[in-house]
Design a protein around this ligand. Structure first.
Ligand SMILES: [Zn+2]
Length: 439
């Protein structure tokens, strides 16, 4: 039997259901993009050969993590303005910095840097939303990253879109450039929020998303202030407003969803709207704690995201898993909420469902794309290793040894082999010097 890639002697964590059961001493094999065989080593065909064989002794192989919300190019703004509330952070720091420094070159190199950080910490698929998304999509393609790349829309002059009247037309052009079912890149639209886009823009954006069958992302109910302003101005919560504008459905991904009342939660559940939760960003900006346990009870599909790293300040989804679980337990004083299998599901198959990619990715199974990561279990923080339920609160991105996307080894033994990481960091350092001399 000839494979392209064969991982041997590794504990395999398929995560095909809510079970965290392992195949101890297992193997996983792929041909081209697809997983074609997996199981215990005792079942590996005696004549198995592979172009690339990875000895996985002392490791665990699991599905690659799926980051359902990021603004990758914001790596340039990491640490530029910290410890501020969302509106002051956005209006006084981020929007002015974006107006001055965001261009095609910046988005390309800074998204590439984000890819390096994500690949190093086990993310194999990211949903991104930013300006010059063409450059971001190119960066993801050049780094081997699977991505849902969404062109951002706001109703004021923005980087790459000087006249907001052109914003939806630019998204359509972006979709034309990238809509290709065989590609690792799925184009999408990201309407920033209800407070930055008019109802007409949102409806035009959603109409385009429906026509072209692409995901529609929007920040929703991130802060208490946003909800209070919406009620003051319109007599409705932001979620109810989106519902009345006919913007909620199975292809809408509502990001954050921190401030939802019971009725809002039901609206998301009954419309099949997906949720991308970013606990690290919500904590850093002190936005609050999303009601994930309640949404989970109502079978809302939930994925995890880092948000842009300027509001986090990292892109490590292992950290988000830890925060997501512990925040719910603390909020409700109930340690049984969001147990490890649920958290692992949110970061893998849940994320795949959020992005509409669950036929291809999200778990390890024959016929799925070979998006997987190999974790070193020999580190002090994972010793002893009684089982995978330990992972959300004990593992970190640094435990990821090898990252494989679409059957391609992108990082092996902590060395990114697919693109020049050093050159990427040098370029971003040059760009950063234009903003502020590093101390
Ligand atoms: Zn965001």
């Amino acid at each position: 039997m000839q494979y392209d890639l064969l991982i041997t002697n590794s504990s395999i964590l398929p995560l095909a259901s809510d079970s965290t059961e392992l195949i101890p001493g297992g193997y996983l094999a792929s041909i081209g993009e697809d997983i074609v065989a997996m199981g215990p080593m005792t079942e590996l065909p005696a004549n198995a050969k592979a172009t690339t064989t990875i000895d996985g002794t002392g490791t665990l192989t699991m599905p690659g993590l799926i980051n359902t919300h990021n603004h990758a190019a914001m790596t340039l703004f990491r640490g530029l303005a910290d410890d501020l509330p969302l509106m002051a952070w956005l209006n006084n720091h981020i929007f002015p910095a974006e107006a001055k420094f965001v261009n095609h070159e910046m988005v390309y190199w800074c998204s590439k840097l984000a890819s390096a950080e994500m690949i190093r910490s086990g993310t194999t698929c990211v949903a991104d939303g930013y300006f010059y998304e063409d450059a971001a999509a190119q960066a993801f393609r050049d780094t081997g990253m699977r991505a849902v790349a969404a062109q951002a829309v706001v109703d004021f002059p923005a980087p790459g879109v000087p006249d907001p009247a052109d914003n939806i037309a630019m998204v359509e052009e972006f979709i034309n450039n990238w809509q290709d079912k065989e590609s690792l890149i799925t184009p999408a639209i990201f309407c920033h929020a209800l407070y930055t886009c008019s109802p007409e823009t949102l409806q035009k954006g959603k109409e385009l998303a429906r026509k072209r069958q692409v995901p529609f992302f929007i920040h929703l109910a991130e802060t208490e202030f946003e909800v209070q302003e919406s009620i003051k101005e319109h007599g409705l919560t932001p979620t109810r407003r989106l519902y009345q504008l006919d913007l909620l459905d199975q292809n809408t991904i509502a990001v954050h969803c921190v401030w939802l009342n019971k009725e809002d939660q039901q609206l998301l559940a009954t419309t099949g709207t997906k949720v991308a939760s970013c606990p690290g960003s919500n904590m850093k900006l002190a936005s609050g704690i999303a009601p994930l346990a309640e949404l989970e009870q109502q079978h809302v599909v939930i994925g995890l995201g880092t948000d842009g790293c300027a509001s986090n300040n990292n892109l490590d989804l292992f950290a988000e898993m830890d925060l997501a679980g512990k925040l719910q337990k603390t909020k409700k004083l109930d340690p049984t909420l969001l147990p490890a299998p649920t958290i692992l599901r949110m970061a893998t198959s849940g994320g795949a469902k959020v992005l509409g990619l669950d036929e291809k990715i999200g778990c390890l199974a024959i016929g799925k794309k070979a998006d997987c990561i190999i974790l070193d279990l020999k580190g002090a923080n994972l010793t002893p290793f009684y089982g995978a339920n330990l992972l959300p609160s004990a593992a970190t991105g640094y435990d990821v040894q090898t990252t494989i996307i679409n059957g391609q080894v992108i990082m092996r033994d902590r060395k990114i082999t697919y693109f020049d990481e050093m050159k990427t960091m040098t370029k971003v350092r040059e760009l950063a010097r234009e903003i502020k001399a590093p101390t």
